[in-house]
Design a protein around this ligand. Structure first.
Ligand SMILES: NC(=O)C1=CN([C@@H]2O[C@H](COP(=O)(O)OP(=O)(O)OC[C@H]3O[C@@H](n4cnc5c(N)ncnc54)[C@H](OP(=O)(O)O)[C@@H]3O)[C@@H](O)[C@H]2O)C=CC1
Ligand SMILES: O=C(O)CCC(=O)C(=O)O
Ligand SMILES: [Mg+2]
Length: 729
């Protein structure tokens, strides 16, 4: 039977769910729309590994491959190792019998535990559920709202020293090699060491005919040299030093690169004390925060702490995530995530925050050059032409290739920090060498796969969106990159299968595509970016943050290849700092517009799947209610004493109930909702008052990764009047 699955995730979206889901359930129930929930939070996923919770993620991953899928997916934590350890500790404290994260994996038992936790680590949900390509855009109503209520993109100062530093050679971009396999096969990845030993890194790697396979490496020696130069450059130019990686989504490669940055920034400390730190199991990959927290275990911990302090004082000035709490850019690998951090920097006039909280120009280090040029191109444009004006600029929606773990999403089990020098080869089952790279110890080698069906679907989606919105579509691909060159061949083969008459469709390198899109944007024109997986991620924070101030207001749909729907909420993340604010002052700034937008196509899909016309009425009325919500400016404010997330849900419920009461397609629904609409309208001031009255005091939720359900429900639903009205529906 048709049903909508609403996911419980983490952090701010989870808190918001405790307020919004009861409204959804009450409204859906009246139209006979079945809503179920599944818990895919990092805590639940850990417990599932040890048989202590249902494995909802595997279940939903299977469902996503069927036409029945109708899943609403809120942002979830892609956990770094420090986050994973914190979650484990919290669950143990709550009485769950789960093992510690093994620092080393020397025994079979340790390896087994490590393997379980590795399944939870990093971007573990999205690649499983995203069995389709991505369609993310700002709905017209949101774009119009942004034009009439523009946020501020600050100007860069004259002579701003902010720039991106990137390798440009000896990195993933420049070392890439790629092939398209002719037939179905099973590949293996083998390292032949300089001493002549063959080590199988991975075998049983199934590929399908027409699949693009690529591999590449980042040279550790060149990465270190690049980073030492970048540290020196930041010092010489007297700007802040900041690094921008994706240690969550690129869960194997990027924490290693992050570790190199920590070691380069604190080169002298590691030269003197590196062995002591390693012996104590303190890894640079986990960040400065983890190292500092573990120093008290060491006999010479105080001495090492003093060395870190001296390095911080003498090195280039480091950028800070939270200067009040002394949290630097290098503290936690998951604190600064490039998709959100670079646009936030650009929106802020190219400035980040230093040790004293003061803003300054920064050297933004993005080691791999595959996509760093996109951010540099935006910076150069804004320096030359001034900030982008949200009141007048066009929009850049995205069609992104990500289905079936396309591109970097599929690299997790094929990324290796090479232990010994030699040659890594990808071998066909008949022994043919498909790709090979010479490697040194410490190099990061990785392979990606991109299946043909997702590429066909992506090209089709691009043409469909270009046609539907009468907007040029630009494929952001660099013909001199090996993988992109293979993709371009496919695009040239598949585009003629579609009616592209009268449409502008081009292939431009990411840098040129950025400049072209920005130029059109400044003319008020729209341009679809059709990209691979990583640029999908980057562009769907970059452009929304510049256009709308946030990516929370995006419509984010994943038409699943098997025919079902995955409806994501917004394009941003789980906003950890919002949880902090709720706990400190009982105020939740999370904007649920993404959830409202997701629910409309989900209800439409349900109507199609179940044949229940009432679901379509719910969708249509919710769509109109969301329009009123925007017109009436009911999104949460940022400050205490204004409507927060809970208040915004009340207003949505009010407008939705009124739309339902007024519509004439379904008389029974109109009748059912008339009393609720009346009651909410009559009690508007009282309910809004009850929701604001609780603000200002700390809120205890009984956990961070697995908060206490009753406590959160009480905190997120504090209006007795509103609760009673919903109850009576
Ligand atoms: N789809 C998914 O599952 C995603 C998950 N993540 C995960 O989220 C975590 C945090 O990632 P991070 O990169 O810091 O990104 P976040 O988006 O969580 O944080 C950056 C900022 O985005 C803004 N923001 C995002 N969504 C909303 C919203 N609905 N309402 C209001 N503001 C919002 C806030 O910025 P401001 O102050 O400027 O308003 C927020 O502080 C990580 O674990 C990451 O892996 C990240 C991206 C997507
Ligand atoms: O999968 C992840 O880790 C994050 C994904 C993300 O940032 C996005 O989809 O925009
Ligand atoms: Mg993203």
């Amino acid at each position: 039977m048709a049903k909508i699955i609403y996911t419980h995730t983490d952090e701010a979206p989870l808190l918001a769910t405790y307020s919004f889901l009861p409204i959804v359930e009450a409204f859906a129930g009246k139209a006979g729309v079945e809503v179920e929930t599944r818990d895919i939070s990092v805590a639940a996923r850990i417990l599932a590994q040890f048989g202590l919770a249902d494995d909802a993620l595997t279940e939903l991953g299977e469902l996503a491959k069927t036409p029945e899928a109708n899943i609403i997916k809120l942002p979830n934590i892609s956990a770094s190792i420090p986050q994973l350890k914190a979650a484990i500790k919290e669950l143990q404290a709550q009485g769950f019998d789960i093992p510690d994260y093994p620092e080393s994996a020397d025994t079979d038992a340790e390896r087994e535990i490590r393997a379980k936790y590795d399944k939870v680590k990093g971007s573990a949900v999205n690649p499983v559920l995203r069995e389709g390509n991505s369609d993310r855009r700002a709905p017209g109503s949101v774009k119009n709202y942004a034009k009439t209520h523009p946020h501020t993109n600050k100007p860069f100062t004259d002579g701003s020293k902010t720039n991106v530093a990137t390798m440009g050679a000896n990195d993933f971009a420049s070392n890439e090699k790629s092939v398209t396999v002719a037939g179905d096969d099973t590949l293996s990845i083998v390292l032949e060491t300089a001493a002549g030993e063959s080590i199988v890194l991975k075998d049983g790697l199934k590929v399908l005919a027409g699949e693009i396979v690529d591999s590449t490496k980042m040279s550790a020696a060149h990465l270190q040299a690049f980073l030492r130069n970048a540290v020196a450059e930041a010092k010489a130019k007297d700007v802040l030093f900041s690094v921008h990686l994706k240690a969550t989504m690129m869960k194997v490669s990027d924490p290693i690169i992050f570790g190199h940055v920590v070691k380069a920034f604190f080169a002298d400390v590691f030269a003197t004390y590196g062995d002591d730190l390693a012996a104590a199991g303190l890894s640079a990959n986990d960040g400065l925060g983890s190292i500092l927290a573990g120093l008290d275990k060491l006999a010479n911990g105080a001495e090492i702490k003093a060395a870190f302090d001296a390095a911080l004082a003498n090195g280039p000035r480091l950028s800070y995530v939270n200067s009040d709490k002394g949290i630097t850019n290098l503290h936690v690998p998951s604190d600064v995530i490039v998709d959100a951090s670079m646009p936030a920097l650009i929106r802020n006039g190219g400035r980040l925050w230093g040790v004293d909280g003061a803003e300054d120009d920064t050297l933004a280090v993005i080691p791999d050059s595959s996509y760093a040029g996109v951010f540099q191109a935006v910076i150069e444009d804004v320096k030359a032409n001034g900030p982008l004006n949200p009141a007048t600029i066009g929009t850049v929606p995205n069609v992104g290739l990500m289905a079936q773990a396309a591109e970097e999403y599929g690299s997790h089990d094929k990324t290796f920090e090479i232990a010994q020098a030699g040659t890594v080869r990808i071998l066909a089952s008949n022994g043919d060498v498909l790709i090979e790279h010479d490697v040194e110890a410490g190099d990061i080698w990785r392979a990606c796969q991109t299946k043909d069906i997702p590429v066909q679907d992506w090209v089709k989606l691009a043409v469909t969106r270009a046609r539907a919105s009468q907007t040029p579509a630009i494929f952001w691909l660099n013909e001199s990159r090996a993988h992109d060159a293979e993709l371009i061949k496919k695009i040239n083969a598949y585009l003629p299968e579609h009616d592209t008459e009268g449409l502008e469709i081009q292939i431009l390198s990411p840098e040129l595509a950025t400049r072209y899109s920005l130029q059109r944007m400044r003319n008020g024109e729209d341009t679809i970016s059709v990209t691979g997986n990583v640029l999908r991620d980057y562009n769907t924070d970059l452009f929304p943050i510049l256009e709308l101030g946030t990516s929370a207001k995006m419509l984010s749909v994943v038409p699943l290849i098997a025919g079902g729907g995955l409806f994501e909420t917004g394009a941003g993340g789980s906003a950890p700092k919002h949880v902090e604010q709720l706990v400190d002052e009982n105020y939740l700034r999370w904007d649920s517009l993404g959830e409202f937008f997701a629910l409309v196509p989900s209800l439409e899909k349900y109507a199609e799947q179940s044949g229940k016309a009432g679901a379509q009425v719910l969708a249509d009325t919710l769509d109109r209610a969301t329009g009123t919500f925007l017109n009436e400016d009911r999104s949460p404010g940022r400050k205490l004493g204004t409507t927060d997330n809970r208040g915004s849900h009340f207003y949505l419920a009010l407008y939705w109930a009124e739309e339902l009461a007024q519509q004439s397609e379904d008389a029974a629904l109109a009748e059912a909702f008339a009393p609720l609409a009346k009651q909410l309208r009559e009690n508007e001031e009282k309910i809004a008052g009850e929701l604001i009255a609780v603000q200002g005091a700390p809120a205890e939720i009984g956990g961070y990764y697995r908060p206490d359900a009753d406590k959160v429900a009480a905190i997120m639903r504090p209006s007795a009047t509103f609760n009673a009205a919903l109850e009576a529906l």
